[in-house]
Structures are given as structure tokens and as C-alpha cells.
Design a protein around this ligand. Structure first.
Ligand code: ADP
Length: 288
């Protein structure tokens, strides 16, 4: 995937100060880790996401919500450059990571994927032992780890899985339950010391108890990491996130659908007093 450094087609101005504080009900600062500026994402000629300005704050959980097909996963996959792997995918205008252009020609994509980890809807452990799932990342990154056992324990502990697996580290990861496998995938992500964790419907395939464990875990993880989650579960977005971005799909004059950001704000505001009627309709269940 390439980024085309063309000039934005509509106002690209991202007034960070205007989103830095919620004047009504939240005094917290949004310290930008990832920002999109007039971002559009294409699959071939199809513009799946159009003109999106967003800021993702450090040590905050941001939820992306909206009906299916409005581009939430597409946007998420831009942040670890996973869309690079899709032939024909490209973006305009810009995504920055700690102020640097994420799509600049000299950016090391492998390093991006280490610093920006991804957890998928379906747990995808490697066909290896629990231990080797965690050790894999540091090994392929060529890290000189003085004590891999400690690193494995640390990652599993941070993912709230250590107590459940400490006596069976050499067992296959596939022997774990779905919820445990998902926490293993989170531990595998943590093991390479990321900065941002992307989660695409991380609890959609899990039972309610496993889902609650993942949500509890997110509350712990956000103290260290910046988390961006796509979820269809609005209660989950309301429970876990600090900020919420609501997307919808708009149909243009040619009848083509494009994902658009309707608004992004503190979660409390989005769910109780959103600015846009479309958000109100969606969060109150009248649409989508
Ligand atoms: P959401 O996550 O909100 O459900 P997606 O990002 O999956 O939405 O999809 C947004 C739009 O992009 C949809 O119209 C979808 O069909 C299209 N799309 C997603 N992935 C691809 C792809 N690999 N190739 C072509 N079109 C795609």
C-alpha cells in the first residue's frame, strides 16, 4: 500500500486543541499518538473511507463503532500497515505516528508492526507451545534476551494468563480455551514491547465471562499502552473506552458507499449527548 502525498481535497486542518479538552464533562488531555489527516482509503478505484480526521490519545482506549461496511477495520489496518498486504489498497492523505508520517518511504514496516500490535477477532495462536508463542516475537526480532523465562512470565502475567498456564507452558496453545487463546495473543503482542495495541472485535467470538476478562484486561493494559478497538458491541464501547469514533456509510451521487467519520468525542458524550443526530440514532438503537 502506498500513500499518495497529494493535497487534501477538503479542509485537512486538524485542530488538536479543539479536541484536547472536553469542555463539558472531561478535562483529560488527548495526547496524540496516532493522527489521521484527511485520510481516505481505497481498494483499487473504490474509496472505502473518505476524508477522516482523527486523534488517538496516549494511554486511552478509543473505540471505533458504526454499522458493518463503514470502514472501521479498513482504518484500523492502516495503523499497523496491514493494508499494505492487500493488492490495490492505498491511502491519501496522511497518518502520523508520534508526529511522523507513518507512510514515509523510509519507514521500517517491520518496526511499525512491532510497535503497533494487532489482536484479531478470532484468536490466532501459532501452532506452537504456549511458551514458544510468547518467545517467538523476541526471537524473530533477534533480541538478545538474557532470561527468556522471565520475559515469557512477564508477558503472560500482564495478559492475566500466567496463573492459568504456568504449569503447562510446553503444552500446545491450541489446548487453551478460546478466551485463554485470545489472552495468549495479547501476551504475544505485549512480548515485543509495543506502544499501541489494535483490537479488531477481540471478544466477538468469546463467551460473556471470557469477554469480561478481556475488558478487565484492557483496563489494565491501557495504563501502559494506547488501545484502539473496533467493536460492534456498543455496550462494550461504552464500558471500556475513553473516546469513541462513530462511523457511518454515506451513498454518493453515483450510488457508491463511502465510510465517513460522523464524530469523535469522549465516550460519555457520544453515548449521552452526541453532536450529530445520526450518532444519537445509532447509539439509541434507532439505526443500523
Ligand atoms: P467495517 O469494519 O466497518 O465492517 P470494512 O473496513 O471491513 O468495514 O469495509 C469497508 C468497505 O471496504 C466495505 O465496502 C468492504 O466491502 C470494503 N473492503 C474491505 N476490505 C476489502 C478488500 N480487501 N478489498 C476490497 N474491498 C474491501
Amino acid at each position: 500500500m502506498t500513500a499518495t502525498p497529494s493535497e487534501p481535497t477538503s479542509s485537512p486542518s486538524l485542530n488538536v486543541s479543539s479536541v484536547a479538552r472536553d469542555e463539558l464533562d472531561d478535562e483529560r488531555v488527548v495526547e496524540p499518538v496516532i493522527e489521521t489527516v484527511n485520510l481516505s482509503v481505497y481498494y483499487g478505484a473504490y474509496e472505502a473511507v473518505r476524508n477522516v480526521d482523527m486523534v488517538f490519545g496516549k494511554n486511552q482506549i478509543t473505540a471505533l463503532i458504526g454499522p458493518s461496511g463503514c470502514g472501521k477495520s479498513t482504518v484500523l489496518r492502516c495503523f499497523d500497515r496491514m493494508n499494505d498486504l492487500i493488492p490495490g489498497a492505498r491511502l491519501t492523505w496522511k497518518i502520523t505516528y508520534h508526529g511522523q508520517d507513518l507512510y514515509a518511504p523510509d519507514v521500517d514496516v517491520i518496526e511499525v508492526r512491532r510497535r503497533v500490535g494487532m489482536v484479531f477477532q478470532k484468536p490466532n495462536p501459532f501452532p506452537k507451545s504456549i511458551y514458544d508463542n510468547i518467545a517467538y516475537g523476541p526471537r524473530v526480532n533477534g533480541w538478545k534476551v538474557s532470561n527468556m523465562d522471565d520475559l515469557v512470565e512477564e508477558a503472560l502475567s500482564r495478559a492475566a494468563l500466567w496463573d492459568e498456564v504456568k504449569d503447562k507452558l510446553k503444552d500446545s496453545a491450541f489446548a487453551l480455551s478460546g478466551g485463554q487463546q485470545q489472552r495468549l495473543c495479547i501476551a504475544r503482542c505485549i512480548a515485543v514491547e509495543p506502544d499501541v495495541i489494535l483490537m479488531d472485535e477481540p471478544a466477538a467470538s468469546l463467551d460473556p465471562i471470557s469477554t469480561a476478562k478481556i475488558e478487565d484486561l484492557m483496563e489494565e493494559l491501557v495504563k501502559t499502552y494506547t488501545i484502539i478497538i473496533v467493536t460492534h458491541n456498543m455496550q462494550q464501547a461504552a464500558r471500556v473506552s475513553d473516546r469513541t469514533a462513530f462511523f457511518t456509510a454515506e451513498v454518493d451521487d453515483e450510488g457508491e458507499r463511502h465510510g465517513r467519520l460522523v464524530e469523535m468525542d469522549w465516550t460519555k458524550r457520544i453515548f449521552t449527548n452526541p453532536t450529530d443526530q445520526r450518532t444519537e440514532d445509532y447509539v439509541s438503537g434507532r439505526f443500523g
